[in-house]
Design a protein around this ligand. Structure first.
Ligand SMILES: C[S@@+](CC[C@H](N)C(=O)[O-])C[C@H]1O[C@@H](n2cnc3c(N)ncnc32)[C@H](O)[C@@H]1O
Length: 249
């Protein structure tokens, strides 16, 4: 089993297909306009759909990702020459260059260790101009994801960009921690049209709202808003998301 699906072009191609028509893009586009950002960095940009959307709307768009296979798709998509692409991490964003940094698609959950998360927040703080913003979302841990992320609940079938269909599903194989703050490892399975079966393990951190607020404060951010859903409703016991807008202090 290859450990990183983001480095496997076969898995990246199916991910890009699954990303079509995402609801969170409009949310972050509106936010970029509201905070009057000119330069927007999409940290963990993946296959680059959002960075290209930004650039088409006149923002200076920068897409950053450590996975070369993701950036290969980003660079070659339609209008993929409009953003600036950086193969790297937050540490590679020039200091003071960004008005807004976004981490969408639950990129924040890829920072499993507290030290990795704190380092990334410190690097984003350095990369932002005075008064710049950071926006991201993380799944609300209390929603019992282990019970929801089963093959039965996650299996989907899509058309494959090269023809035929593929079927993908995920299954949690390990959970460590408490219901309100935990680390889970799941295996993503994909059956490709040619009969190949892919398996990729991935480990994600589910932080509580308190942990997110405290880590942002310690990194020099003020939380301006914390929503529970893409319609900007507040966090409730049934919210799936913790959606954050923070400002560099
Ligand atoms: C689920 S994908 C989301 C991609 C894209 N943001 C989206 O919404 O479609 C997670 C992305 O986070 C990236 N990633 C993982 N570790 C990272 C790190 N340390 N810094 C920046 N990005 C990272 C992965 O390479 C991958 O592209």
């Amino acid at each position: 089993m290859s450990s990183l699906w983001t480095e496997d072009p076969r898995a990246v191609a199916t991910y890009d297909t699954e990303c079509a028509g995402r609801h969170d893009h409009d949310f972050y586009l509106a936010l970029a306009a509201e905070v009057r950002a000119r330069t927007v960095v999409d940290l963990g940009c993946g296959t680059g759909v959002f960075a290209v959307d930004l650039a088409r709307r006149g923002f200076q768009a920068v897409g950053v990702d450590p996975a070369a296979a993701m950036l290969d798709v980003a660079r070659t998509r339609e209008d993929g020459d409009l953003p600036t692409w950086i193969h790297g991490t937050a540490a590679d964003i020039p200091s003071g260059s960004a008005d807004l940094v976004v981490m969408m698609g639950h990129v924040a959950q890829y920072f499993v260790e507290d030290q990795a998360w704190a380092t990334t927040l410190a690097q984003v703080h350095r990369a932002l101009a005075d008064g710049g913003h950071l926006a991201f979302e993380s799944r609300q841990p209390d929603r019992d994801w282990p019970a929801r992320w089963t093959r039965e609940h996650t299996e989907i079938t899509h058309e494959h960009p090269d023809g035929g269909v593929f079927t993908a599903w995920g299954e949690i194989v390990e959970v460590v921690g408490t219901p309100s703050s935990f680390v889970e490892t799941h295996v993503g399975h994909t059956d490709l049209p040619d009969g190949t079966h892919l398996e990729h393990a991935e480990t994600l951190r589910f932080r509580s709202e308190d942990e997110i607020r405290t880590s942002l404060h310690e990194a020099g951010f003020a939380v301006e808003n914390l929503w529970g859903d893409w319609d900007r409703s507040p966090v409730t016991a049934t919210s799936d998301e913790l959606i954050v807008l923070a400002r560099r202090r």
